[in-house]
Design a binder for this molecule. Structure first.
Ligand code: NAD
Ligand code: TYD
Length: 359
């Protein structure tokens, strides 16, 4: 076994932040990072440009559904751990085209588990106890909360409501079963909504920033009172590093920011910051807010009880929503070419499809 992490989906939003943060924070570990990514519309090697010639970084253009390729990568790199981010992640896309979610999130995770297990079983006994398969999942598997319900804990029953969350729930169950049935040393994290640099502008926060700067409508689904618990992406990355280092195999850990906000509160906050940092020629950004047709099956509220990871692994977020969102808006203002480049032809098609039907 080598001092190597095999990261799937490392060219996406959280994966690329994780890899960049790893080289910032864990340099002394001299770990090699192998980024395995199919480069779907959501994957972007621009995010990792600064690592292109880093001696401890490798990129492998591969699809996690390809069994032989996955086995070959395990053989080649002999990783000490897998951190599995690769997924289809956008709820609205899962409503329009659920097949891709079944394929990557369920079939892909299964394929990766099979390849990991074959590799793990052949390891020397001493290494077998050290290997880890860390599966990155979402709080959306738990379903939707009422206004007075307690936040999701690790024992909250799964009640996924969208094809996205159903596919992630299925993948979580497969990971769990590989620990219980075969003893594969797995770890699972279920995290709330992330925000920060490199967030693809199909999701609420980067979409609202990009639209505002383009003087386009800010489309709020339904009444805008759906609640999400927002976590700055670098805090998610530090939580994953903690779980990888200290987590108990077979366990799941909820990760959250304790920042419950309605979508309208989030969008007003963004408008306020933009009004100061990049004022419009005339008027305020709030004037662009537009209510549009709701998302079918729209989960009302997510909230995370993150006391287990805090108590057992000593993790806490470093950013509040106020500090994290300021950094995020500033990043998008400083990196407008990044947003312009990722909003290519296929993005425009998606925009027309998703928002055209909500007019
Ligand atoms: P993302 O959509 O930004 O990136 C996904 C990455 O996976 C892309 O680089 C894409 O190219 C790659 N990918 C997709 N299909 C693939 C395949 N078949 N083979 C190989 N690579 C493939 O996603 P994200 O927001 O960074 O989310 C990463 C993980 O974290 C996902 O598993 C997601 O469910 C989970 N998660 C996300 C959030 C969030 O708020 N974004 C919150 C909790 C959990
Ligand atoms: P999103 O970023 O898609 O994350 P998720 O659905 O996985 O939580 O959406 C966050 C919230 O913002 C969700 O309640 C849906 C809402 N939303 C809008 O109101 N308008 C939009 O254009 C988008 C993309 C999302």
């Amino acid at each position: 076994m080598q001092n190597t992490l095999l990261i799937t989906g490392g060219a996406g939003f959280i994966g690329s932040n994780f890899i960049l943060e790893w080289f910032n924070k864990e340099l002394e570990s001299a770990t090699t990072i192998v980024n395995v990514d199919a480069l779907t519309y959501a994957g972007n090697l621009m995010n990792l440009l600064e690592l292109a010639h880093h001696p401890l970084y490798r990129f492998e253009h591969a699809d996690i559904c390809e069994a032989e390729k996955m086995s070959a990568l395990f053989e080649q790199y002999q990783p000490r751990a897998v951190v599995h981010f690769a997924a289809e992640t956008h709820v609205d896309r899962s409503i329009v085209g659920p097949e891709a979610f079944l394929r990557t999130n369920v079939q892909g995770t299964f394929t990766l588990l099979q390849a990991a297990m074959k590799y793990w079983k052949a390891l020397p006994a001493a290494d077998r106890g050290l290997f880890r398969f860390l599966h990155v999942s979402t709080d959306e598997v738990y379903g939707s909360l009422g206004p007075e319900d307690p936040p999701f804990s690790e024992t909250t029953p799964f009640q996924p409501n969208s094809p996205y969350s159903a596919s992630k729930a299925a993948s979580d169950h497969f990971v769990r079963s590989y620990y219980h049935t075969y003893g594969l040393p797995t770890l699972t994290t279920n995290c709330s909504n992330n925000y920060g640099p490199y967030h693809f502008p199909e999701k609420l926060i980067p979409l609202m920033i990009a639209n505002a700067l383009d003087e386009k409508p800010l489309p709020i689904y339904g009444d805008g009172k759906n609640v999400r618990d927002w976590l700055y992406v670098k805090d998610h990355c530090s939580a994953i590093r903690r779980v990888l280092a200290e987590g108990i195999v077979g366990e799941t850990y909820n990760i959250g920011g304790c920042n419950e906000l309605t979508n309208l509160q989030v969008v007003h906050t963004l408008c306020n910051i933009l009004n100061t940092l990049a004022p419009r020629k005339r008027g305020s950004y709030e004037e662009l807010i537009t209510f549009v047709k709701d998302r079918p099956g729209h989960d009302r509220r997510y909230a995370i009880n993150a006391t287990k990871i805090e108590r057992e692994l000593g993790w806490k977020p470093a950013e509040t929503f106020e500090t994290g969102i300021r950094k995020t808006v500033q990043w998008y203002l400083d990196n407008r070419t990044w947003t312009d480049k990722v909003r290519n032809g296929s993005y425009r098609q998606w925009e027309a499809l998703n928002y055209g039907q909500r007019a």
